[in-house]
Design a binder for this molecule. Structure first.
Ligand code: FAD
Ligand code: NAI
Length: 467
């Protein structure tokens, strides 16, 4: 007779594997189904981790060529070994995905390899790579099937010359000319990697600005900085087609508002126009589950799709980020165990891992203005931070926004080296409902980059001291 699980999770990405581990910790009998062959989902296999491995290595390659001399470090000719750079990326991925398997064993999670399909409430069919089927019986089903790259009508992704974010992480050679469609997070991160390795990079963006969800002042500073690094942007521009000749790609573009078009030559095109939820063949309809027009699974407040069916991560509303998926998964495991699982979507930080990094949390100036909320602003440039100056890393600033009457922090927006780590301080402060004065009066070690956060917070009340 089939075993009955407390929880069966479909998908082994950050949403699914964290849900599984937490459920195991809480003493629930749990299985996690994954069809990819490795755990970790998009994030570990073809997302966060491999992209950061390439960002780190390509940054050092660029620094060795362009920055070491000014620090008094002489090198011989710096050469690229792309095969080794890709191999160290794969090593990072392998180590981390195997680490999840270890955590599953430690927390008594059954790892079931295959494609999961919901047959009905409490029944999930798993088909393995050889087509063999089994049915798991369970009290709760958690959908954690994640997302896949969005595509452009009429543009076929072959993952060789016209690639998605997956192909972009495994190019076999450095393209001479690279065109990226979309100046979002992937456009900027992957554009940075390949520009540092020697590509001539053009980023085509439909809107008239880069990085749409970021604070406009931060996005402007980012655009200026990335241009200096060699990226070129075609804003307010749409791609209308790609012609493949034997040796080249001819990318047809025209102004988004209409007008005369032009053709860009490219060796590789990366399509990075966003991602969409993945629910193919899931059997959502068998439990009355619904999706909206964009394919996002509809859930009630606390992740419920139907009685005994839950969903987390990229396939439900909210930012498509690994830490948000992780928090969703943890919350659902706790709810199933009778605890109070909850995620505060207002305080999910965003980080773009370029150099300089870009990070933000809470509301930006445009959002506060649109909502009619009166706010005060403190801003501090890294040019005036002693550690940044010592390290020759003076680009960017920290901006703190606080409510006019109460001084409660409403948002923080940063661009600069290391801001991806520094944003956590503001997240904690905001979770505790802190005022800007709370950060301003908290001792920060000297000399650190995080003193810029303190000085920006002091600036809200107009008493920045180091500028
Ligand atoms: P996923 O990670 O997509 O996992 C879902 C898993 O479910 C997949 O492994 C899939 O194979 C499996 N699956 C789907 N259907 C079935 C089925 N029927 N049966 C069995 N298995 C199934 N986020 C960040 O926070 N920081 C970053 O730096 C970052 N960098 C990124 C870089 C790139 C290039 C990309 C593409 C994404 C990046 N992201 C980043 C986003 C992050 O990867 C996702 O938000 C995160 O992986 C979502 O987790 P998830 O568990 O919801 O889904
Ligand atoms: P994105 O949503 O960040 O950016 C897509 C960009 O493409 C936008 O600027 C949009 O205006 C533009 N665009 C849309 N249609 C277009 C068209 N037809 N022509 C030209 N431009 C067009 O999506 P992206 O970069 O694909 O990344 C997907 C998601 O993956 C991100 O939203 C994020 O959730 C996640 N991610 C997170 C990272 C991080 O946290 N550091 C890194 C990479 C991805």
């Amino acid at each position: 007779m089939a075993e009955t699980y407390d929880v069966v999770i479909i998908g082994g990405g950050p949403g699914g594997y964290n849900c599984a581990i937490r459920a195991g910790q809480l003493g629930l009998k749990v299985a996690c189904i994954e069809m990819r062959g490795t755990l970790g989902g998009t994030c570990l296999n073809v997302g966060c981790i491999p992209s950061k491995a390439l960002l780190h290595a390509s940054h050092l390659f660029s620094a060795a060529q362009n920055e070491f001399a000014s620090l008094g470090i002489k090198t011989g000719k710096v050469e690229l070994d792309l095969t080794q750079m890709m191999a160290q990326k794969s090593d990072a991925v392998d180590g981390l995905t195997k680490g999840i398997e270890f955590l599953f064993k430690k927390n008594k999670v059954d790892y079931v390899k295959g494609r999961g399909k919901i047959l009905s409430k409490g029944k999930v069919e798993v088909t393995d790579a050889d087509g063999k089927k089994q049915v798991l019986e369970t009290k709760n089903i958690v959908i954690a099937t994640g997302s896949e790259p969005a595509t452009l009508p009429g543009i076929e992704i072959d993952e060789e010359r016209v690639v998605s974010n997956t192909g972009a992480l495994s190019l076999k050679a450095v393209p001479k000319k690279l065109v990226l469609i979309g100046a979002g997070v992937i456009g900027l991160e992957m554009g940075s990697v390949w520009a540092r390795l020697g590509s001539e990079v053009t980023v085509v963006e439909y809107l008239d600005r880069i990085l749409p969800p970021a604070d406009a002042e931060v996005a402007k500073e980012a655009e200026r900085t990335f241009k200096k690094q060699g990226l070129s942007f075609k804003l307010g521009t749409k791609v209308t087609g790609i012609e493949k000749t034997k040796t080249k790609l001819k990318v047809a573009v025209e102004p988004a508002k209409g007008g005369a078009g032009e053709t860009l030559d490219a060796d590789i095109v990366i399509v990075a126009i966003g991602r969409k939820p993945y629910t193919e063949g899931l059997g959502l309809e068998n439990v009355g589950g619904k999706t909206d027009k964009r394919g996002v699974i509809e859930v009630t407040d606390h992740f419920k799709v139907a009685d005994g069916v839950w969903a987390v991560g990229d396939c439900i509303p909210g930012p498509m980020l690994a830490h948000k998926a992780e928090d969703d998964g943890t919350a659902v495991a706790e709810l199933i165990a009778g605890k109070a699982g909850h995620v505060n979507y207002d305080l999910v930080p965003s980080v773009v891992y370029t150099n300089p990094e870009i990070a933000w949390v809470g509301k930006n100036e445009e959002e506060l203005k649109a909502a009619g909320i009166e706010y005060k602003k403190g801003k501090f440039p890294f040019m005036a931070n002693s550690r940044a100056r010592t390290n020759h890393e003076t680009v960017g600033f920290v901006k703190i926004l606080a409510e006019k009457g109460t001084d409660r922090i409403l948002g923080a927006h940063m661009i600069g080296v290391g801001v991806g780590e520094m944003i956590a301080e503001v997240c904690v402060a905001m979770e505790f409902g802190a005022a800007s004065e709370d950060i301003a009066r908290t001792s920060h070690a000297h000399p650190t980059l995080s003193e810029a956060v303190r000085q920006a917070a002091m600036g809200v009340e107009g008493w920045t001291m180091q500028m």
